[in-house]
Every structure is written in C-alpha cells, then in structure tokens.
Design a binder for this molecule. Structure first.
Ligand code: ADP
Ligand code: MG
Length: 237
C-alpha cells in the first residue's frame, strides 16, 4: 500500500500515512555535515525547492520514492544529496567492486547535466563519478570504469553495454535512480531498464522520478519499487 504525504507548497497531494518522514523547510533541517552544507552554499542554493523539501528526508530514511515534478523543480539535488549520504554510509568499495549509486537518464545531454551536478557534490568526499553515455568510445569508458567508481550516471543503452563488457559489478549497487522515467519509456528503454533493475540486488533503494505517470510507468513502479512513498509537486501530469 502506497503512502502519500502532503506538503503545503505542493498543490496536489493529500492523505497521510504514518511513519512517513516529514518534509523539511531548510537545508539545516536535513542534518548534513559541513562539507555537504558547504557545497550546497557554494551552489548558491539558499533553501530546498518543494520537491527537495519532501523527497530528501524520504530518501535519507531509506524508503523507496516516486517523485512526480516537472522540469526545473530541482530533482537532481533531490536524489543526489541523499545518494552522497548513502554512499558515505556504505563500506568502501574493494578493488573491482562498484558502483554503489546508479542514475539512469534518457539522453546523453541530460545524463551529462546530472553528471556535472553530481560531481560538484561528490568531489569533496572523494566519491568517484563516471558518466556512462555516448561521446566516449566504449573502450575508453570500459577502462575508466575498471578503475572504479562509486556513482555512474548513465543512459540505459550504454549502461547495458558496459554491464555486458563486465566493466563493473552490480552487487554493490544499493541506490538506483530512474530519472525522467516517462521519457525513457518514450524512447523505448523499458526493456533496458528492466534488465538493469533485474541485475541489482532486491534490497536496494529505488527512486523513480517522472514528469508524468502514464500507465506503463505506473506498472513498472509497482513492480520494481518496494512500498514507495509518492511525492507530487505541482499539477499531476
Ligand atoms: P529538474 O531535474 O527538476 O528539471 P534540476 O535538478 O535540473 O531540475 O534543477 C534546475 C535548476 O535549479 C538547476 O540550475 C539547479 O542548479 C537549480 N537548483 C536546484 N536546487 C536548487 C535550490 N535548492 N535552490 C536554487 N536553485 C536550485
Ligand atoms: Mg532533471
């Protein structure tokens, strides 16, 4: 049974479950360390956006999440900030292990944007981020991945290629983000997404973000998320 939380700045949701992490109003409320707060300040972020207010505490609690919000609402930081905390809580990667965090994005351009933003937050912690999308030869990419990384930001097709080449392992992958899920479906990536998910451990944390929730995306969410909390900001698409 899915729980839905309400938040005064969001226009659309209601009905509350119990045991749902409450939304925050400020970045200070999130309990981040000085390093992360420093990077947030350096980015010029004064306050969390509505999706961040709701999604970050839920993701930090370890719960699965469906985040529905339109472009420009600040979804990247909503999943990247908790991902940094998640990774710092995990045992360090041994040689040949990794990634821990996997972000799937529909296009190379979007993946590249997420890659750049993720690096800003990861850098101070020595968390390694790899971009797994076209633009670099598969061989170059393979070599980079073999060196190890905690986070990959990927388009589904190239990620599958790298999994097939055994560029990394999947058993340490405990934080999966499917960003712009509706667009990934529009581009025909449903089989690739299912294949990626199928290779990850069932006790992973999964976050799915989408601007709209067509039936096929709903069905996937039901299949691959465990007891998710749904957050909707703005009008439901
Ligand atoms: P979305 O993925 O929802 O389209 P992005 O994560 O790309 O949105 O963020 C949109 C823009 O807002 C980016 O330029 C990002 O740096 C900026 N942004 C994100 N969070 C905040 C915040 N808390 N305060 C100010 N700007 C922010
Ligand atoms: Mg985005």
């Amino acid at each position: 049974e899915e729980e839905v939380i309400s938040y005064r700045q969001s226009l659309s949701i209601n009905v509350s479950g119990f045991d749902v992490p409450r939304p925050v109003k400020t970045f200070q409320d999130l309990g981040f360390d000085g390093m992360l707060m420093g990077t947030i300040a350096k980015q010029g972020y004064e306050n969390p956006t509505p999706i961040q207010c709701q999604a970050v505490p839920i993701a930090l609690s370890g719960r699965d999440l469906i985040g529905i919000a339109k472009t420009g609402s600040g979804k990247t930081a909503a999943f990247v900030l908790p991902m940094i905390v998640h990774i710092m809580d995990q045992a360090e990667l041994a040689k040949g292990e990794g990634p821990i965090g996997i972000i799937c994005s529909p296009t190379r351009e979007l993946a590249q944007q997420i890659f750049n933003e993720t690096k800003k937050f990861a850098k101070a912690y020595g968390i390694r981020v790899s971009g797994v999308y076209g633009g670099m030869s598969k061989f170059e990419q393979f070599k980079e991945l073999k060196a190890g990384c905690e986070i990959v930001v990927a388009t589904p097709g190239r990620l599958i290629d790298m999994i097939k080449m055994k560029a990394f392992t999947m058993f340490r992958g405990t934080y999966l983000v499917l960003d712009e899920a509706d667009r990934m479906f529009d581009l025909g990536f449903e089989p690739q997404i299912r294949s990626i998910v199928g290779q990850l451990r069932p006790d992973r944390q999964t976050l799915l973000f989408s601007a709209t929730m067509p039936r096929r995306v709903e069905r996937l969410a039901r299949e691959i998320l465990s007891d998710p909390i749904r957050v909707t900001v703005g009008e439901v698409g």
